[in-house]
Design a protein around this ligand. Structure first.
Ligand SMILES: Nc1ncnc2c1ncn2[C@@H]1O[C@H](COP(=O)(O)OP(=O)(O)OP(=O)(O)O)[C@@H](O)[C@H]1O
Ligand SMILES: [Mg+2]
Length: 361
């Protein structure tokens, strides 16, 4: 899986960019504010239909422009796709095209483009709330378990309906009707998550051993309610409390995937560099697992490669990325910060005030 060409119009300070990428490493080098993160953000947007920086999409559209447009050419083995995404300022409409055809969904793009992102903000995977770690697990389920996406959408719809119905229900019998299907879906999704977390454990442990040999990292999955209880019973028992609070307090919407070192939460005891390495280990492990199980290579987006890492750790990360045989995009302020990266195949681009030029190939 690789993006061989990307055309960008009016995405942040990238007003007109047309680039051919290497299927191995692509280095983006430039000063602060030149547009390096914006390029990664545009690639991420193409694969997720959202930004990793702003939740308000209209802020991503270049100032005074009515829309931004992204066109990509994707290659995987013998197959090729042309994909397009346009986001309009007016009414916030999104148009997605795959091979020239309208009516595609963001999920179709996301399926075509499995991506892993490593950014300074990405530490929220470890020091942010459980929703970041659920998103991490659900990324895996989305790519490994074809029935997950619709099951998760149905589960969320049922939860929303149940939360609305809580207000008007006087006895549990008024709610019961929502809970039969909800409990079934909750058990299914939790089982998938638990199986995926367990399957990923070996890859996580191996990568942690390489990046953080001085630490013992323990991983545990929590499904969002007592592990020995039937969710239908929990829903019934919690009825009065749920009604009082106004939403369903326990369930798969509260699941977590926790990391501990010496029995303590990693966010409380690891240094920033160690947290970054753990985050890299998790993302690489997830990419490796997809490759082994589905024979699909993720695209890695690495913003500000050098930050927080000493030279040895930069070299370790560089080596592991090379072994992954994936397409990798890496940003840095100077070429010197990339000296630990010596892949056989690479292109270097200079980024200057929104203009991106190929320096070598
Ligand atoms: N909607 C927008 N329209 C036009 N320009 C924008 C918009 N949003 C942000 N910018 C500008 O885009 C520029 C690129 O920012 P970007 O985050 O890509 O820089 P960078 O090269 O990653 O810098 P750093 O090294 O500091 O991380 C910034 O100067 C920013 O002010
Ligand atoms: Mg940046």
């Amino acid at each position: 899986m690789a993006i061989s060409r990307l055309i960008i119009e009016h995405f942040r300070n990238l007003s007109a960019v047309d680039l051919e990428f290497d299927h191995g490493f692509n280095f983006l080098v430039g000063d602060n504010g030149s547009g390096k993160t914006s390029l990664l953000e545009s690639l991420f947007y193409l694969g997720h239909g959202r930004s990793f920086k702003s939740s308000v999409t209209t802020r991503i559209i270049s100032y005074d422009q009515p829309h931004f447009t992204l066109h990509g050419r994707i290659q995987e083995q013998q197959h090729q796709w042309s994909v397009g995404l346009q986001k309009q300022r007016k009414e916030g409409n999104t148009i997605v095209k795959i091979n020239g055809e309208d009516g595609n969904k963001i999920a179709d793009l996301a399926h075509l483009l499995p991506m892993q992102i490593i950014t300074p903000e990405g530490l929220n995977l470890l020091n942010g709330g459980p929703s970041f770690r659920r998103a991490f697990l659900d990324w895996g389920l989305f790519h490994h378990q074809s029935a997950f996406h619709s099951a998760w959408a149905s589960l969320n719809r049922l939860l929303k309906q149940r939360n609305a119905a809580l207000q008007h229900s006087y006895t549990y019998d008024d709610l019961k009707i929502w809970d039969i299907e909800l409990a079934k879906l909750a058990h299914q999704v939790s089982q998938w998550r638990a199986d995926y977390a367990e399957a990923l454990r070996t890859e996580i442990e191996q990568t942690c051993q390489l990046f953080l040999p001085e630490l013992e990292i323990n991983v545990s999955f929590h499904q969002g309610w007592d592990k020995d209880s039937d969710y239908a019973d929990i829903l019934r028992e919690n009825f009065q409390r749920d009604k009082h609070i106004g939403y369903t307090i326990a369930g798969p919407q509260k699941a977590d995937f926790r990391f501990k070192s010496n029995g303590l939460p990693v966010e409380d005891v690891l240094s920033r560099g160690q947290l970054k390495l753990l985050m890299c280990a998790l993302r690489l492990a997830q990419g490796e697992h997809l490759m082994k199980q589905k024979n699909r290579h993720c695209i890695f987006l690495i913003d500000d490669f050098a930050s927080e890492l000493d030279e040895n750790k930069r070299a370790l990360l560089a080596e592991r990325l090379q072994q992954s045989q994936s397409q990798v995009f890496v940003t840095a302020i100077t070429q010197d910060q990339l000296k630990q990266m010596q892949p056989e195949q690479h292109r270097t681009f200079s980024v200057v005030k929104g203009e991106i030029k190929l320096l070598n190939s």
